[in-house]
Design a protein around this ligand. Structure first.
Ligand SMILES: *Cc1c(COP(=O)(O)O)cnc(C)c1O
Length: 375
């Protein structure tokens, strides 16, 4: 049986967890947390990183920091995970769902402006499959209408956007804030875990407070104030050192992990491109402004029926391939709140997109086996 995903362990996770446990400091914001945060800040030029218990939590922090309030409007692609919308729903916002491109599930940047009203507060682009959204266009709209951009970079660790001047910028370093996930299905994992990155300095101080239950505890531990107290809203958004220790073992191996994933991704892609005229599906297109972090290999069928047959055929040969999101605008929770606009591209990906197995321990032979079955 070839599973869809298998979490990769570097072998050092339990050593570092043991170090954390024996150090006697296992609650959050300790040595491992700070090592992880500094690594990401230095490597990807995020102004500030805060580890969180999940990407969902990082998005919730971002929604609080952006001061999203009742009846504010937030623009989000419909083809995304529930968490992208949930963080803003919890603040009482109204979600305006935007459609995807026809050849790529990312939010169609040319369809955003028509959705902006005087109530719009934020745009939340999702870098689906780790592939960059058109950030130049999105940031231009944000500055024109004074909106906050929060990147849902859950799948986008170690990937880059190439801007209109040819400058390479890490995803998660472009919007005012961004949220990453270290869930076991992502490239770099901690079981459950996430990270908020903050690139607009005005949010940094308050982010630390919201992260630590509304207290100024971080400042206290840096010796910047004499005592700490309750100064704002917040929650317990920080993970324990046990989670950060696990994550550190992954970070140390990030380049090995990424190289292997890219090699497998390319094996699929080269095989399919070579056999393109025999295929009953189309391949992913990575826009010129995005590099590839090999988070996901997906293919697009002509219709739901073809996809269902392919899933069954793969299953018959012991391969688990899975479809992905159901458009959020037509979900049971949101359908009555949606304004009725049709989002046909998003619905197409709901019916036609199929994700193939892609994980560190997958072998080239297995990729070739799966590719041949699909051919
Ligand atoms: C995985 C994922 C999330 C949620 O991440 P968690 O860490 O599980 O909370 C949010 N958005 C997208 C696009 C994701 O892929």
């Amino acid at each position: 049986m070839i599973p869809f995903n298998k979490p990769f362990l570097t072998g050092k996770e339990t050593n570092y967890i043991q170090d954390a446990v024996l150090s006697g400091k296992i609650s959050g914001n300790g040595v491992f947390t700070q090592k992880c945060q500094q690594y990401f800040e230095n490597r990807y030029r995020f102004k500030k990183c805060l580890l969180t218990t999940s990407c969902t939590d990082a998005l919730e922090m971002a929604a609080i920091l952006a001061n999203i309030e009742k009846d504010d409007e937030v623009i989000i692609p419909s083809y995304t995970f529930v968490s992208t919308a949930l963080a803003f729903i919890r603040q009482g916002a109204k979600i305006l769902f935007a459609d995807s491109y026809s050849d790529n599930p990312n939010i169609d940047a040319d369809k955003i402006e028509a959705l902006i009203t005087s109530k719009t507060k934020a745009i939340v682009p999702v870098h689906y499959a780790g592939v960059a959204c058109d950030m130049d266009k999105i940031m231009e709209l944000a500055s024109k209408y004074n909106l906050i951009v929060i990147e849902d970079a859950a799948q986008a660790i170690d990937n880059y956007y190439i801007d209109k001047n040819g400058i390479k910028k890490a995803l998660g370093s472009i919007g005012h804030m961004a949220a990453f996930s270290f869930h076991e299905t992502k490239n770099i994992i901690a079981g459950e875990g996430g990270m908020l990155t903050i690139n607009d300095e005005q949010f940094i101080d308050r982010a630390e407070v919201i992260w630590e239950k509304g207290t100024n505890r971080s400042k206290f531990f840096r010796g910047e104030i004499d005592k700490y107290g309750w100064v704002d809203t917040g929650s317990s958004f920080l993970p324990s050192e046990i989670v950060a220790a696990f994550l550190w073992a992954q970070i140390e191996n990030i380049d090995f992990i990424q190289d292997k994933r890219k090699m497998l991704w390319n094996t699929y892609d080269v095989f399919f491109k070579k056999n393109q005229e025999k295929l009953k599906f189309t391949l992913t297109i990575t826009p010129d402004y995005s590099t590839n972090n090999a988070h996901m290999y997906y293919i697009i069928f002509d219709n739901l029926d073809e996809r269902t047959k392919a899933i069954q055929k793969l299953k018959d040969h012991g391969v688990l391939a899975v479809f992905h999101y159901i458009s959020l605008h037509s979900s049971p929770f949101y359908i009555s709140k949606h304004d009725g606009r049709e989002l046909t591209n998003s619905d197409c990906f709901t019916d036609r997109l199929l994700r193939l197995p892609l994980f560190y321990e997958l072998s080239i032979e297995q990729v070739e086996f799966i590719s041949n079955l699909l051919k």
